[in-house]
Every structure is written in C-alpha cells, then in structure tokens.
Write a protein that binds this ligand. Structure first.
Ligand SMILES: Nc1nc2c(ncn2[C@@H]2O[C@H](COP(=O)(O)O[C@H]3[C@@H](O)[C@H](n4cnc5c(=O)[nH]c(N)nc54)O[C@@H]3COP(=O)(O)O)[C@@H](O)[C@H]2O)c(=O)[nH]1
Length: 777
C-alpha cells in the first residue's frame, strides 16, 4: 500500500504572496485600513500575517484530513476480509494485505517479491499464469479458482484479477472458497447419494412392479387355465396310472358321462372297439417317446353311440421328469367329418350317378400313369358317349334322361373289375379306366376290346325309365397307354377322337384311337380356324351355274359358294360346307350367300337380259331351323329391294327329317310372298311322299348321282323316270343336275324332264363369265 502524499509546507515567500493576493480581494478588510502609512503598513502586515496564519491552519487541517484518510484507507486495505495482491507481469507479489498473507499462512514480508504461483498446487500454476497474462493483456477482469498449498493443507482460492490504473501491475482480490467448495462437494456427494438412493428406489419399484405383474400373470394364467379347462373341447386329466381325476363340462356334453361317473375310472370305458391293438400300441409309443399323441379315434358315448373325435393326449412330467398326469383334450368331429365327407363327395363325385367326376378321374389317371411308368403295364382309357341322348332328354324330359344316366352308371360299374374306374365326365359322357391289362400292348388291346364289347352289349339292353321302356346305345373310343409319356388330357383327347370315329361309323360301336384319325381331327381344327378367318376377311365368292330349259334358254342359275383360301387356293364347298354346318359357321356364311345372291338379283333386275332370271340359293338345315329364318330372308329381300319371285331356295331332303311342321310353316310364309322352293339331291335320302304333298315345293332336283350313270345303269334310269313321273303327278317342276352329255339330256327330255343344270351347259363360273355366256345365248 502506498503512503499518502504529505502536505508540503509552503515557503514563506509563497505564503506571503498568496496572502497578499487574497488580501486584495477582501474589501471589508481594506475599508478598515487606517490612513497613516506606518499604521497602514503594520495593519497590512498584520492582515497578511493573519491570512498567512489562516492559510497555514487550513493547510494543516487539510494535511490532517489526508492523514486521517490515509490511515482509514490503510486500515481498510489491511484488515479487509479479502486478500488483495498486486502482481507484476511475472506474477511476483509487489504488495499484499494482511488478509492476503493470512490466506496463504505466510508472513507478509516473506511474500513480497515472491512468485505467487509457488503458493499454488502444481496443476493450477499454469492456470494462474494464463489468467494473469490475460489480465495484463487488457482482457478485463479474470475470475478463476485455484487450489493453493497452504502449509500441509490445501485451500481453494477464488481470484479476480484486473490490470491496475498505471498498467504496470495487476491487482487481484483473493478469497478463500474452501468452505464453499467443500459445501458444494458435500452437496454434490449428497446429490449423488440422493441419486443413488433414487435409483435404488426406482429399481425397488421396478422389482415391486415386476413382482406384481408376475403375480397378476400367475393369477391370469390360473384364470386362463380354468377357462381353458372349461372350453368347448372335452378334457379329462388322469394320473400316471390312467385313473381319471378330473373332467370338464364339454367332456360331459360330448360323452354323456358326468364327472362322478368317470372319476376314478380308466379311459378304456370309452373304447368303441373300432381301433385295434396296433393302433393303441402306436399311440402309446408316441406318448412314451414324445410325451404327446394326436389323432382321430372313434369312442362310445354313455348312450352307446359311436362318435369320432380329434384327440390329443399330453403327458405331464413333475420336477424330476416323471410322468405325473396325462391330459386328454378332444373335439367331437362327427358332424364336421360328415360335412367334409359331403364336400369331398361333391368335389370328387358326380351327385347324380355317385360315380367319380372329372376331377377324381384326372387324379386317378395321374396315379395310374405313375404306377404304369414303374410297372410297364398297359392300361386302357375308354371314352363313352350315349347315342341320341339329347333326343331322349328333348322328348321324355330331363328326369327320364337322369334315370337313364343312373342306370348306365350301374351297368358300367358291373362291366368292370373292382379297382377299375368308371367316371362320369358330364352330360352323357362316361370314362372307363382299365388298369394293369398286360405288359403286351396287343394283349391289353384285346382285353380292352372285350370290355368295350361287353359295355356295348350291356348298355344296349332295354332300360325301364319310369313308364318308358327305352333302348339306348353307346359309342366308345379306346386308347391304350403305358407309362406317362402321353399326358392325361392327351389320352382323353385320343379316346374322344376314337369315340367320334365310332359315332361317324354309325354309332353303337367302338374304335381304337389311331394317329391318322388324330391327324384328320387336327386338320379339321385348322380348317375351322381358317374358316372363321375367311368370314372375317371375306374370302368367299359366288359362282353361277346356269339352269337351262329344253330349248337351251337360260332360265336362271344356281349360286355356288367358292372359298379362295390365301394358302390352300380354292377350297371346294364339299370340304368346308359340312364343317361349317357342324360348327354353326354356316349361319354367317349362309347369310353372306343370301345377301350376295340378292345383291346380284338387284343388279340383274336393271337389265332386260337378266331381269327374269331366277337365282337358286342353297339353304342349310341349320339356317332353316333358326327361329327367325323367315324374318332374316324377308329382311334381306327388303334390304336389296328385289322381287321375291326371282329367288329360289334349295333345300335338301335330309333337312326334312326334323321338325317338319315348323319347316312347312316357314316355307308357306315365304312361298306366299313369292319365293320358290326346290328340293335338292332328290332320291338320295329318306323321301316320304307324305310330306312331299304338304310342302309348298316348286321344283324337285334329280340328284346328279342318278344322272351320272343314266345311260349305262338301268336302275338309275328307272329312278329318274319315277322321280319325273311323281313330280308331274304332284304338279311340281323337275330339274336334273349333273347333266354332262347330250345323251343324258336327251334321255331326260324324252322322259319329260325339261330343265337341266350341268357341265353340258356350263360349269359354275364367276359372274362376269356367266354374263358373257348369257350374252352369247
Ligand atoms: N349350304 C350351301 N351349300 C352350298 C353352297 N354352295 C355350294 N354348296 C354345296 O356344296 C356342295 C358342293 O358344291 P359344288 O362343289 O359347287 O358342286 C356343285 C356343282 O359344281 C356340281 N355340279 C353341277 N353340275 C355338275 C356336273 O355336270 N358334273 C359334276 N361332276 N358336278 C356338277 O354339283 C354341285 C351342285 O350341288 P347342288 O347344290 O346339290 O346342286 C354341294 O352340295 C352344294 O350344294 C352354298 O352357298 N350354301
């Protein structure tokens, strides 16, 4: 601490001068100055001296105040409760108050001139030096805590250091914060302890919570166990000796036995006798080795009824691993079993005949193919289709049809060995699968042939269908196979193809499948595909063949369709019309022909040379049997606005077998509006004079098969003459087709046939050629 500056005593000269200066400013003193010089001077001297005295007094007074202040300040400095230090740049103590020295417990005199950092613990010395340097650098007050080595003790000091006013030293206030530090540490420790205790409390809480949860769980488990025991499933518990200890309500419901009736008894009480010893042996084997068994058993209820149940037996072991109990749970599956059997039946059996259905057949075939692949045994697949079944259904009704199917099923089953499969595919189609016929294909075929013959014979026997005695036949296709090289669908197709051959061969017979037959079927499928495309792409054309009178005049023409196939060239109607009829494609084709013919008639109507020509159009059975056939024809006529008298529809004899009354009605309607009818291929079919009379026919066409050998064949001549005579007697005009020679024409003319069609006059030709011929006359 610096000593305050002492009051410097004024020199007498200075004092005199100041007193003189002050006297000049004191007017009241001047007024009292006497006029006498000496007196004046003395008074002046006295006055100056008085002022000098006053000034000295004042100076003394000020010095005393300063001294007092100094001591006060020193007192404050020395006895302040804070240690004050002054350090130089190197950290050497310049000054220190008493508190500072006592903080470090070192005599003040021993501190001044020493490094302060020497009083600190080694680890805090750098910290002190760093902070001191910052203070000297003018970084403001540096506040930091250091640990000082005070004698044998350590003491925490808080230092606040700042650069002094002179900037030559650094002033620092130092306080002992050891107690606070300890209190902090204590607090920290206590907090730590508190934290630890809180953690322990949390753990304890958790443990308690877990214990409660466990308890809850166990209570819940017991509740669940109790509930489970009383579920829909029957349950009983036995001891290790199979003595029943407990049963649940469902047990009583299912078995009919109350708890009292069975507790203490053995489960043998429920035996139905349907399971043999081996069954139980296997069951106990499983329980003894795996502690469980699951399966289906039939048991006897108290009432004596047998019921099926799904049973699970579980062995319960005690802590030592010894079986203490057995728990049996079971469900009555009598109803669900019956239901699943029913479902299975519906899925795999035909409900009408109870025979396996298509799905079951396919499954069986798959199995047979696998077995055959291993054994090399030949098997046979017979595909059956009842002949004219549709007619029976249509005439006597479906109920009667169903009766026939049922009886057929029984007869078929009787025709084959046990193990062979008879299945119904649907409708009137059945399949017979004959297994393990022979290692030799020939022998297998012979055996299959025998079965096929037997089936043909048995199915051809009379059936009693309610009130009706009915005769039916069947067509069979047979394919022989061995191994699994040919797929299931392929085998069915082969047998089907063979069956169609039997149909084509007149029905009521059997045929073996052969490759040629398959090829023709494939060709037919190709043709059908092409025919559909032909309709879409309009690949058809009409050719016209003249119909002439005995004088050679062209009365009209027959429109004959031609198919210009993009790859095959011209396809004959002989090849595609039958297929079109079978597939129904004849309907769009027939309509196209009718439309084209009418369009041609419309064109002819405008020309005097052609306006009287009659155009004959072939109508197929399918077309004629359409319900709206009449409307279609009328609409076509209207669309083209042509005279109906110029249109002639050619029907064939064979078309007149079915629904004759409907045909007559249709013909009559069309006939009334002027359309004429010609009966084609006459003599080749089943001609009944009976219906001939009823039909509104305008013309009969003698089939070319009778004309072809007319000159050489007497019977053809006789037929032709008969047809001509009959036509005349029915007052129907007659035309002969296929007239190729003058002799044929002459014979026909000589016998009264005056209209002809044939190569002698013209082949069927395109319209432009036909019109050229017309012009030529
Ligand atoms: N439903 C429809 N059937 C049609 C249609 N167009 C033809 N057909 C029928 O196709 C069969 C074959 O007809 P096509 O090959 O045209 O044969 C006809 C004539 O070309 C042939 N013919 C005529 N004259 C002679 C002859 O002197 N010699 C000889 N070898 N053949 C001759 O006869 C067939 C005429 O048949 P038809 O109808 O019976 O008068 C045939 O059955 C056609 O009916 C059609 O558009 N729709």
């Amino acid at each position: 601490m610096k000593t305050p500056a002492k009051s410097t005593k004024l020199s007498s000269k200075t004092l005199r001068r100041r007193a003189e200066a002050q006297l000049k400013t004191q007017t009241e003193i001047k007024q009292t100055i006497p006029s006498d010089y000496a007196a004046k001077k003395m008074i002046h001297e006295l006055q100056v001296h008085q002022i000098e005295l006053e000034m000295q007094n004042e100076e003394l007074k000020q010095a005393r105040i300063a001294e007092k202040l100094h001591y006060r300040y020193t007192e404050l400095f020395e006895f302040a409760p804070i240690g004050y230090f002054s350090f130089n740049l190197k950290g050497v103590i310049n000054q220190v108050n008493l508190r500072g020295a006592s903080l470090l417990d070192i005599e003040r005199a021993n501190l001044v001139g020493k490094q302060f950092s020497n009083c600190l613990t080694a680890q805090d010395r750098n910290k002190f030096n760093r902070c001191l340097a910052k203070a000297f650098a003018g970084d403001g007050i540096q506040s930091f805590e250091v640990l000082a080595q005070v004698g044998k003790h350590k003491c925490w000091l808080n230092i606040e250091a700042n650069l002094g006013i002179t900037e030559t030293d650094c002033l620092a206030a130092v306080i002992d914060i050891t107690d606070r530090k300890r209190a902090d540490e204590e607090l920290l420790f206590q907090n730590d302890e508190k934290g630890k205790r809180t953690d322990e409390l949390v753990i304890a809480n958790k443990e308690l919570f877990f214990q409660n949860a466990e308890k809850e769980k166990r209570v819940g488990e017991l509740r669940v166990a109790a509930t489970v025991f009383e579920t829909q499933e029957g349950m009983f518990v036995t001891d290790a000796n199979l003595c029943i200890l407990r049963v649940n309500k469902a047990f009583t419901n299912i078995s009919g036995y109350s708890g009292e009736e069975v507790i203490g008894q053995s489960p043998k009480l429920f035996n139905s006798g349907r399971q043999d010893k081996a069954f139980y042996k296997e069951m106990w084997n499983s329980i003894n080795t795996t502690d469980a068994w699951r399966g289906e058993v039939s048991n006897r209820s108290k009432s004596g009824d047998i019921y099926a149940k799904n049973l699970t037996i579980t062995a319960v072991r005690d802590g030592k691993g010894v079986v203490s109990n057995y728990v049996a749970t079971f469900r009555d599956i009598t109803t669900s079993k019956a239901a699943s059997e029913k479902i299975n039946n519906l899925a795999y059996f035909d409900p009408l005949t109870q025979l396996p259905n298509r799905r079951m057949l396919l499954d069986s075939l798959r199995h047979v193919l696998t077995i055959s692949a291993r054994s090399n045994q030949h098997c046979a697949l017979l595909f059956l289709d009842l002949d004219n079944f549709k007619t029976l259904n249509d005439t006597l009704g479906h109920d009667v049809g169903d009766l026939l199917l049922q009886q057929v099923a029984t007869r078929l089953t009787d025709c084959v060995r046990e193990g062979d499969i008879v299945a119904r595919l649907g409708g009137d189609e059945f399949v017979v699968l004959l297994e393990n016929l022979s290692l030799q294909a020939i022998e297998a075929a012979n055996k299959a042939k025998k079965v096929a013959k037997k089936i043909i014979f048995e199915l051809a026997q009379y059936y009693q269908l309610n009130m009706h005695r009915y005769h039916s036949t069947t067509s069979i296709g047979v394919t022989i196979f061995s191994g699994n090289e040919t797929g299931i669908e392929e085998l069915l197709k082969q047998a089907d193809i063979a069956m169609y051959q039997s149909k084509a061969a007149g029905r009521n017979t059997w045929h073996f499948f052969n490759k040629t037959m398959q090829e023709s079927i494939i060709a037919r499928a190709d043709m059908e595909r092409d025919l559909r495309k032909a309709i879409e792409d309009n690949q058809f054309q009409l050719h016209y063949q003249a119909q002439v009178s005995s004088s050679g005049q062209t009365l009209g023409a027959e429109a004959l369709i031609r198919w210009q196939h993009p790859e095959r060239g011209q396809v004959s109607p002989f090849n595609f019309i039958p297929l079109a009829e079978e597939t129904g494609l004849i309907l769009p084709i027939g309509q196209w022909v009718l439309d084209s013919a009418c369009a041609q008639l419309k064109a002819w109507q405008k020309n005097p040379l052609t306006q009287d020509l009659v155009l004959a159009v072939n109508i197929s059975a399918k077309q004629l049997h359409q319900e709206d056939f009449v409307e279609q024809v009328k609409a076509t006529l209207k669309r083209h606005d042509i005279n109906p008298a110029r249109l002639k529809l050619e029907l064939t004899e064979s078309m007149l077998v079915e629904n004759i009354s409907d045909i007559i009605t249709k013909m009559n309607i069309l006939s009334k509006i002027g359309i004429s009818f010609s009966l084609d291929d006459f003599g080749t079919g089943y001609s009944s004079l009976q219906y001939l009379k009823k039909l509104p026919l305008n013309q009969i066409k003698i089939d070319q098969s009778f004309v072809r050998d007319l000159i050489t064949d007497a019977s053809d001549r006789a037929i032709v003459r008969t047809i001509i005579t009959m036509s005349h007697s029915l007052d129907i005009s007659v035309i002969a087709e296929g007239v190729e020679t003058v002799e044929e024409r002459q014979y026909l003319l000589d016998n009264g046939c005056t209209h002809y069609q044939g190569y002698l006059f013209s082949k069927p030709v395109p319209i432009n050629e036909f019109e050229v011929l017309l012009k030529k006359g």
